[in-house]
Design a binder for this molecule. Structure first.
Ligand code: UT7
Length: 332
């Protein structure tokens, strides 16, 4: 028997109804539609409204969308991973609740948390379970309710983030399609530049931390930007080099949607045409763990069986990497 590769065989998504436009943001903070569009490429983002709704609310709906489209029986799923930077709560796994709600009652589950690289790292993890030969259906969902940790009086961060979820199913493939290679990296020195200072074990919540706004995202945008551009380009080039891939050999770049300028710079660095660079940041902003699966959902009809896709992401930690994957199906 040949080697088993881990292929993506279905996708699904969920987008909250509420659309927060740049025009509405102009009424909330000192900013302009033009500034946001030229500096980030974002026109609007979705916000999950409603009391008691966390990331699982969106994860469940993205998973159900995938199950409906693919006709997969949830009872056949053996593992559910929820990639997220905004779990429903501490201690109780978001993935456990999500799996039960979608009827994946035979699955074991866990959350994978690594800021904006959560989904990329989780792709690697999901693939390993399939490649081991022991698991046949691994459901990976990226879901983030970023609005739960954003200060909507801080123009440096509130214009960037949105809420959403996306899901992919990994299954064994005997034709060699699926995850081919990966370069995953981290650098803890980056934590000073992108963090939510309080609410974790280091600085638990107090009246003081709330008063100081330490439960909101803090980002030194300029520093993060510089690192994102150079690190994503480095790993992307590295993965091409060691797989002997020239720009002609790549069909798509699926980069974390944090800033259009970073995405375009990465595409240019490896010589791709604009049409090969997947882009949907204008509609959703930075949805953290949902950016990569949302791209696959939006481009699913255009991606053909055998197409090569380079995934790349960069985020808090710092954490970053690139994954080379070949697509396993044509959409009917
Ligand atoms: O997903 C995790 C990884 N995150 C990223 O990859 C994000 C990386 N960083 C970025 O995308 C960009 O740095 C930002 C979009 C966050 C900011 O864009 P920038 O071009 O780096 O702006 P800046 O922070 O250097 O600020 C330039 C100016 C400043 O004014 P002065 O000091 O030049 O007078 C800011 O105060 O723009 C000002 N500014 C704004 N003006 C209008 C900052 N935010 C805004 C705003 N509207 N929303």
């Amino acid at each position: 028997m040949g080697q088993i590769s881990a292929a993506i065989t279905a996708v699904g998504k969920y987008l909250p109804d509420y659309v927060l436009t740049n025009t509405e943001l102009e009424t909330m903070v000192d900013t302009t539609d033009e500034w946001i569009l030229t500096r980030t490429g974002i026109k609007e983002r979705r916000i999950l409204k409603g009391k008691g709704r966390g990331s699982s609310y969106m994860a469940i709906r993205a998973a159900k969308d995938l199950l409906k489209k693919s006709n997969v029986d949830p009872k056949e799923i053996e593992l559910v991973i929820v990639a997220t930077a905004t779990p429903d709560m501490q201690a109780a796994s978001t993935a456990a609740y999500t799996a039960t709600e979608i009827g994946a009652t035979n699955a074991f589950t866990f959350d994978l948390i690594s800021a904006c690289s959560s989904f990329l790292y989780a792709m690697s993890t999901a693939a390993k379970y399939i490649e081991s030969g022991r698991y046949k259906k691994v459901l990976l969902i990226g879901s983030d309710k970023n609005s739960s940790m954003i200060d909507y009086t801080d123009r440096a961060t509130c214009i960037i983030f949105g809420d959403a979820a996306g899901a992919v199913l990994f299954e064994p493939n005997s034709e060699g399609f699926g995850l081919q290679d990966e370069v995953l990296q981290t650098d803890g020195a980056g934590r000073a530049f992108l963090q939510v200072p309080a609410g974790g074990s280091q600085l638990p919540p107090t009246m003081e931390t709330v008063k100081k706004g330490q439960h909101f995202v803090y980002q030194d945008g300029r520093t993060v930007f510089k690192h994102a551009v150079s690190r994503m380009a480095e790993v992307t080039e590295k993965i091409l080099e060691r797989n002997n891939l020239s720009k002609e050999g790549i069909n798509w770049l699926a980069a974390h949607q944090a800033n259009k300028r970073i995405i375009v710079a990465t595409g240019n660095r490896i010589g791709l045409k604009e049409s090969q660079v997947m882009l949907n940041i204008e509609k959703y902003g930075n949805t953290t763990s949902a950016t990569l699966p949302l791209l696959l959902n939006d481009y699913e009809k255009e991606i053909k069986k055998g197409d090569t896709i380079i995934f790349t992401a960069f985020g808090g930690g710092f954490s970053w990497g690139a994954i080379y994957l070949t697509w396993a199906y044509n959409t009917k």
